[in-house]
Structures are given as C-alpha cells and as structure tokens.
Design a protein around this ligand. Structure first.
Ligand code: UT7
Length: 336
C-alpha cells in the first residue's frame, strides 16, 4: 500500500495580533467655549467649566456636511493597512462597528470595501454602540482563529454629530465624530489573550436613539437620549467586572497591565476603573479631552494616538474596555 501523501498544513492559527493601527478625525474642531456660544443662541445654557469638570472633555471634532461614516472609516483603514505593511487586497474580512451608518442598508462595511477597491471578502457592520469595537475585535479574532479569515480590517467609525439634539445639553456636549481602525492578522505568537462580552437588554431605554424609519420618514425621535447618571452607575460596575474576567481568563493580574485603553466617555468613569484596578492614571490612555465620546470609534482612536505618540510599544499588555447602549459592555486583553 502506498503511504498517503503528507497533508498540507491545515493547522489553525493560535492567536491574532494587531498588525497595524490607524485613525482619522474630521478637520473641524469645536471647543467647549465655541459650543457654549452656539448653544446660547438656542437658549441652551452650558459652560466650558461644567463640561470639563463633569466629563473631562475640552474639544471634539465634527464632520463637514456631506461627510459620512464610511469616509472617516476609509481614512482610518488606509493608515492601519499602511502601518500593517500590507495592501488593501490582502484584507479578507471587514467589520465596521458603528451606530451611525451611511445608509439603513447596505452596511457601511460594504461601502468601505468598495471605496478601498476590495472585492469578494465578507464585510458587515456590527451594532453594539460604544462597545462596538471590543465586540468587533472579538468576532474578528474568533473568525481568524477558526480559519475563516487571515487578515481582518476592524473599524470603529461614527458621525454622532448627526444624531445629537442641540437643544439637549445633557447629551449634545458629550459626543464627537471620528474613526479608528486596526488590521488584525493570524499569528503563532500572542496576540489577543482573552475577551469578555456582555449585554443586558433590560436597560435598552437608558441610552438609545428611539426612532425608526418607515413609510419614507423617520418615525419617533431620531436623537440620542440618555439617562446619564443611570449609565454612569452601571458603567463603573461592569467595567471592573469585565477587566477582572479577561485577566482571570488569561491567567494575568492587574500588575501585568501596561496600558488601560478604555472607552472615552467620561474621565471620571476612567478614573474610577483605574482606581478599582489599582492602576495609576499614568497607565491610562486618555483622549476624551480632545475627541469627546466618539462611541465605537473611541477605543481604536485612543489606541492609534497612543501607538503613534510612542506610548504603546510592541510587547505591551493592553486592556481595552467598552461600555454603552444596549446595555452592552466588554473587554479585550492583548499583547500588542
Ligand atoms: O458612551 C456610552 C457611555 N456613556 C457614558 O458613559 C455617559 C455616562 N454619564 C455621564 O458621563 C454623566 O452622567 C454626564 C456627564 C452625562 C452628566 O454628569 P452628571 O454629573 O451625572 O450630571 P447630572 O446629569 O446629574 O446633572 C447635574 C446638573 C443638572 O442640573 P440640576 O438638576 O442639578 O440643576 C443638569 O441639568 O448639571 C446640569 N447639566 C448641565 N449643566 C451645564 C446637565 N448637562 C449640563 C451641561 N451644562 N451641558
């Protein structure tokens, strides 16, 4: 009997690694003082002092009329692809985390795919509001490790300025526009170490855009509505739990974390999480002052800023954490 030929290697990759990061912010920057003047014209009172003290935000970026989420996503994607040292054609999976898609359908991911000139790979949006990026990373990691993809483009892109009610000072001062992206690649060395995702639909009403589209019009309310204090209280609890969960799954401790890169919603939430994990604020990447809350884009934006400024380096252990509407939350622990 002739021996059967040695099979080609079908071993699945053990890990996925971040091969490159990128981001894009719209040109127009709006400071708290400028926003306060604009809102005063509508009879809405706010101040730089209030916004800085309660949130840590000093400025945010807003898109120009006509700019859509896919425009920001493509800019972020191009710089992530360049940083990864590959070509757009090497990408075999695209996931865009967004709550502000270009259209009701098709997905923003398909529009990004077309703008990047890629044909044929799977592309889809993922909707988990401000937790979208950690959800998308987790899904891409699972697809790569199961052999469905080998080089994934994972993007968080938002134009929240389009869904803000500028008569509601409790929300309109908080959010901004932007996009961040990573190229995730199959690897035999770590890599993403552990992920932990959750949702609790009992809190749907805490943070939502309640409107829907039917009969050629938006039915109901098309703006962000939020019970800020309710979100705040839930966020500080679940972020600690998710952090501890990924550390336990990976067999690591708080002492192993080089950088905490949390969702950038409120500096007070970040300080609380850092305190609970016994991390100094010098180990937390903070971009909320410059970006405001960019929802699904906030974590990849902060990551890219940290990488390009030389703070995050290869080999560092990063804890990424997201929390937001749904209610959703989750964490990813990785060796960069
Ligand atoms: O991205 C998803 C996750 N989102 C978050 O994590 C957001 C979580 N929540 C928060 O960050 C905070 O709850 C806010 C920043 C939204 C609000 O801060 P707060 O310390 O919880 O303030 P508050 O809602 O309790 O409001 C305190 C006061 C109120 O006035 P009275 O009732 O005490 O007279 C508000 O009307 O501040 C007033 N206020 C403002 N004043 C000036 C609310 N918004 C403003 C404003 N400017 N923009």
């Amino acid at each position: 009997m002739t021996p059967s030929p040695t099979p080609l290697s079908t071993a699945l990759p053990k890990y996925t690694r971040i091969a490159g990061t990128g981001s894009l912010l719209p040109e127009r920057q709006v400071s708290n003082a400028e926003l306060a003047i604009e809102l005063a014209g509508r009879g809405v009172e706010t101040s730089d002092d209030w916004i800085v003290e309660r949130t840590g935000i000093r400025t945010r970026h807003f898109v120009a009329p006509g700019t859509v989420a896919s425009d920001l996503a493509v800019g972020a994607a191009r710089s992530a692809i360049e940083a990864a040292g590959c070509q757009a054609q090497d990408i075999d999976l695209i996931i865009v985390a967004t709550s502000t898609p270009d259209m009701v359908f098709p997905s923003t991911a398909c529009i990004v795919q077309q703008k990047l000139g890629i044909v044929g790979c799977p592309a889809f949006d993922l909707q988990a509001v401000c937790s979208g990026f950690v959800y998308a990373l987790t899904v891409a990691d699972a697809m790569i490790r199961s052999g469905s993809a080998s080089r994934a483009l994972v993007i968080g892109a938002e134009v929240f300025s389009r869904i803000l009610d500028f008569n509601d000072r409790g929300t309109c001062v908080l959010f901004g526009d932007g996009a961040g992206a990573v190229v995730l690649a199959a690897s035999d060395t770590p890599g993403l170490l552990a992920t932990d995702l959750h949702a609790d639909g009992r809190h749907v009403g805490l943070l939502c855009v309640p409107g829907s589209v039917a009969g050629g019009q938006v039915l109901g309310d098309p703006f962000v509505r939020m019970d800020g204090q309710g979100v705040f209280k839930l966020a500080v609890g679940v972020l600690e739990q998710a952090a501890r969960a990924v550390l336990a799954k990976a067999g690591r401790t708080e002492a192993d974390i080089d950088w905490l890169i949390p969702h950038q919603a409120n500096i007070r939430i970040m300080q609380s999480t850092a305190r609970k994990l016994k991390l100094g604020m010098d180990k937390v990447i903070v971009t909320v002052a410059d970006h405001g809350n960019t929802s699904a884009a906030s974590i990849p934006l902060a990551l890219d800023v940290a990488v390009r400024s030389g703070r995050v380096n290869r080999g560092d252990t990063l804890l990424l954490e997201g929390v937001g509407g749904g209610f959703t939350w989750g964490a990813v622990l990785l060796d960069y």
